[in-house]
Design a protein around this ligand. Structure first.
Ligand code: ATP
Ligand code: MG
Length: 227
């Protein structure tokens, strides 16, 4: 595949935290390209640096050293306001727990990124309802998070991540809190979404069965790719 298909390019990413007089190195020179429409899983022991890398690739955190580009744009040169606009338009995130706002209904939660992005209530609502329908949640749209099951909550969270039609979806242990049957259904949903929405999909998981369903699996150890 040519370089033209590269959506996101991370080069030699380092991340460390001050620890006493020294430094605790978390990422030790990680490079990664994400191409249009590709899907891969990232595996690795707890503490290896997977979430840290995902947060940096997703511009939720900044590295101490390294470069990050999205279609020619230098993301690390952007200020926080530019970055949050960029993130809202181009990237979706799903975490182990859903992070839905409890005072809002399912459809209102899904509408939030559209409203933040300046879309009208009507347009946001239409898009949110369409996605919830696609997720099989049409009849749950007015439920609050405390009225939804674990799998339903995660489907709403996925809808919220996708409502702005991001080019890349990052998911950090998205099935970590689910029983195996529900996890299987959420896995199916990810693959269906990837096909239908032409998304690039980056999943961090501890679930080997899930990981091996991806055409490509990266393994991380002590803040580096394991060859
Ligand atoms: N703010 C912080 N200050 C200091 N150390 C941190 C901070 N955030 C993360 N770490 C450390 O960085 C290391 C990597 O954390 P990270 O969350 O990326 O691991 P992970 O591979 O996602 O693990 P898990 O599979 O358990 O989610 C851990 O050892 C963690 O303690
Ligand atoms: Mg993690």
């Amino acid at each position: 595949m040519s370089d033209e298909n590269i959506l996101l390019r991370a080069i030699d990413i380092h991340k460390s935290y001050a620890q006493g007089v020294g430094e605790l190195e978390i990422l030790r020179g990680v490079s990664l390209d994400i191409r249009q429409g590709e899907a891969f899983a990232i595996l690795g022991a707890s503490g290896a640096g997977k979430s840290t890398l995902l947060q940096i690739m997703g511009t939720l955190d900044r590295p101490n050293k390294g470069e990050l580009y999205c279609e020619g744009r230098d993301l690390l040169a952007m200020n926080d306001e530019e970055l949050s606009r960029f993130r809202n338009a181009e990237m979706g995130f799903v975490f182990q727990s859903h992070h839905l706002l409890t005072e809002f209904t399912a459809v209102e939660n899904v509408m939030i990124p559209c409203r933040v992005g300046g879309e009208s209530i009507k347009a946001a609502r239409e898009k949110a309802l369409q996605l919830l329908d696609f997720m099989g949640l049409a009849d749950r749209r007015d439920h609050h998070p405390n009225q939804l099951s674990g799998g339903e909550l995660q489907r709403v969270a996925i809808a919220r991540a996708l409502v702005r039609h991001p080019k890349i979806l990052f998911a950090d242990e998205p099935t970590g809190n689910l029983d195996s049957h529900t996890s299987g259904k959420i896995q199916e949903l990810f693959f269906r979404l990837k096909e239908e929405m032409k998304l690039a999909l980056v999943i961090v998981t501890h679930d080997l069965t899930f990981a091996t369903r991806f055409p490509k699996v990266y393994r991380m150890k002590d803040g580096q790719w394991q060859s």
